[in-house]
Write a protein that binds this ligand. Structure first.
Ligand SMILES: C[S@@+](CC[C@H](N)C(=O)[O-])C[C@H]1O[C@@H](n2cnc3c(N)ncnc32)[C@H](O)[C@@H]1O
Length: 207
């Protein structure tokens, strides 16, 4: 098992129990996402964690394939879907580099709090572009560590050294936006909700 996969696997139960850190930011981004979804949409989520967001959005779309490379995260997502009686979310263990749903392209791909964790973000973005229909939407929220205070970056570095933080790509907002555009997307919305939020929310359309 890769070390970052193991990192997330061992934290899955704690992740499921811990409250969302910035609830206003979460709800603002969720409301923005809801405004882009339609009842007939087939949606892919990559890095879904324990599936909280997919399960909240399930009632607005036709189907969500919720994926994560951590088998423990996926197991918790399946359990939550069953408890909530949600049948249109399918949980699969997969990475953003895998051929998911290759037989029919998706209307929407979502990646929340994932892109900064990838060692090869351009490759993942290129692959996800290929899984979308022409005109399909890529909706993401990404921590841009390079925009954070030096103190915060040093803290992350120290936590990584003792195994308490995973790999994090230190991105600037401009690098993130350019990286998405470079893979054949037109950015149609980019912002931080609320303005002090750590994550950059971006909606991009496949050209
Ligand atoms: C910070 S959590 C975000 C979870 C969820 N999207 C959210 O916003 O609450 C990152 C998730 O991405 C998953 N992850 C990290 N790297 C991944 C990779 N290369 N492929 C698939 N999943 C990955 C982790 O297992 C974890 O569940």
């Amino acid at each position: 098992m890769q070390s970052s996969e193991k990192f997330w696997d061992t934290r899955a139960e704690d992740y499921a129990q811990s409250p969302i850190k910035n609830l206003p930011a979460y709800h603002e981004a969720l409301a923005r996402t809801k405004s882009y979804l339609s009842a007939e949409d087939r949606v892919l989520e990559v890095g879904c964690g324990t599936g909280s967001t997919a399960l909240l959005l399930a009632g607005l779309v036709k189907h969500i394939t919720a994926t994560d490379f951590s088998s423990n995260m996926i197991a918790i997502g399946r359990r939550k879907a069953q408890e909530q009686g949600i049948t249109n979310v399918t949980f699969e263990q997969a990475t953003p580099f895998d051929d998911i749903g290759a037989q029919e392209p998706f209307d929407v791909v979502m990646a929340y709090n994932l892109l900064h964790l990838l060692e090869d973000m351009p490759k993942a973005l290129g692959h996800l572009h290929g899984l979308l229909k022409p005109g399909g939407l890529f909706i993401s929220k990404t921590v841009c560590l390079a925009e954070e205070s030096r103190l915060w970056r040093v803290l992350i570095f120290l936590m990584q050294r003792i195994g308490f933080a995973p790999f994090v790509n230190s991105l600037k907002v401009s690098e993130l936006e350019d990286g998405i555009a470079a893979q054949g997307f037109e950015i149609i919305e980019t912002g931080s909700y609320p303005s002090y939020s750590r994550g950059r929310y971006i909606v991009a359309r496949k050209i």
